[in-house]
Write a protein of this length. Structure first.
Length: 260
C-alpha cells in the first residue's frame, strides 16, 4: 500500500532531538533559535513537497535465523544473529515459527526538496536535514496507522508524540542499515517486494537509497520485541549468511565489511 503525507500532517511527528544532533547544536538557546528557523522554513515549503510511504503486511513464520514470507511463496528474509551477549538475539526470534505476520516498509521525501536549494548552502543544509526528519516522521506515522488500522494489532493505542518517540508502542520497526539490520543489500529484496520506484527511491550498487531522505525496514509486532546491535561477526557466520542468501562469500563480505 502507498500513502502520501503532506508536510503539515507530519510536522508533529518530527523528532527534533536528531535534528539538533545533525547540526551539532547543544545549548538550549541555540536549539530554540534553530527550531525557530526550521519552523519558518517548513512554513515556506509546507505545500511544495510530500513524503511517501510504502508497506505490505505478509503472512510469515521464522525458520532459524530467517523470516519466511509464506504469502510470497516461501521467500526468505535472511538475518544475522549476535555473536556476543546473552541471549544472542536475531530479529527472527520475535517471529513465531508456526504462523505470524511481518511488515515491510519504505518511506521517502520528494527528491526535489534536497536539490531545489543548491543556490544557498545554508538553505540546502536545512532542506536536507529536514527532509531526513520528515522521512523518519513518515515512518512514525505510517507505523502508527499500521498498528491501529492496517495490521490492527493495537487498535486502541493512544500514545502522545513523546511516547511514540520513546517507542512505548508494541512491536519494533528496525530499519535497514541500523544495528539490528546492518546489511544494506537487504534493500534489493525489499525493493523487489515493495517497488521502491513508486515513491521515487533508487538504489546504488551497495544498496544505499537515493534520495538520502529515505528509510526502509521491517515491522515486527511481538510484545517483547526490542532493538539490539548485531555487532561484529566471524567468518563462520559470514559463510552461513552467504549460504542462506545463496550468494558468494566474497559478495557478502563487501556488504558486511563494517561488521567483520
Amino acid at each position: 500500500m502507498k500513502l502520501d503525507y503532506d508536510i503539515p500532517l507530519l510536522r508533529p511527528y518530527i523528532n527534533w532531538v536528531y535534528f539538533y544532533h545533525a547540526w551539532q547544536v547543544r545549548p538550549a538557546d541555540e536549539q530554540r533559535r534553530l527550531r525557530k528557523e526550521a519552523d519558518a522554513f517548513l512554513d515556506t515549503i509546507a505545500h511544495d513537497y510530500q513524503a511517501h510511504a510504502l508497506f505490505t503486511i505478509e503472512r510469515a513464520h521464522a525458520d532459524g535465523d530467517d523470516i519466511v514470507l509464506d504469502s510470497r511463496g516461501g521467500e526468505h528474509i535472511t538475518l544475522l544473529r549476535q555473536q556476543t551477549g546473552s541471549p544472542c538475539l536475531c530479529l527472527a526470534d520475535f517471529v513465531s515459527p508456526v504462523a505470524d505476520r511481518v511488515g515491510l516498509f519504505a518511506t521517502s521525501v520528494d527528491s526535489a526538496m534536497a536539490s531545489d536549494f543548491d543556490h544557498d548552502p545554508y538553505q540546502k543544509m536545512m532542506a536536507q536535514l529536514l527532509a531526513d526528519r520528515l522521512a523518519e516522521a513518515a515512518a512514525e506515522l505510517m507505523h502508527l496507522e499500521v498498528r491501529r488500522r492496517y495490521w490492527g494489532y493495537a487498535p486502541d493505542e493512544q500514545l502522545s508524540i513523546a511516547e511514540l518517540h520513546q517507542e512505548r508502542f508494541q512491536g519494533i520497526r528496525p530499519a535497514v542499515g541500523y544495528p539490528s539490520l546492518p546489511d544494506a543489500s537487504l534493500n534489493f529484496q525489499l525493493d523487489r517486494l515493495l517497488g521502491f520506484s513508486q515513491i521515487g527511491i533508487t538504489l546504488t550498487e551497495s544498496g544505499a537509497m537515493r534520495p538520502h531522505a529515505s528509510v526502509s525496514g521491517l515491522m515486527i509486532a511481538h510484545p517483547q520485541a526490542r532493538y539490539f546491535t548485531i555487532g561484529k561477526i566471524g567468518a563462520d557466520q559470514l559463510a552461513d549468511y552467504a549460504r542462506r542468501r545463496q550468494l558468494e562469500p566474497a559478495v557478502v563480505r563487501k556488504f558486511l565489511a563494517a561488521s567483520l
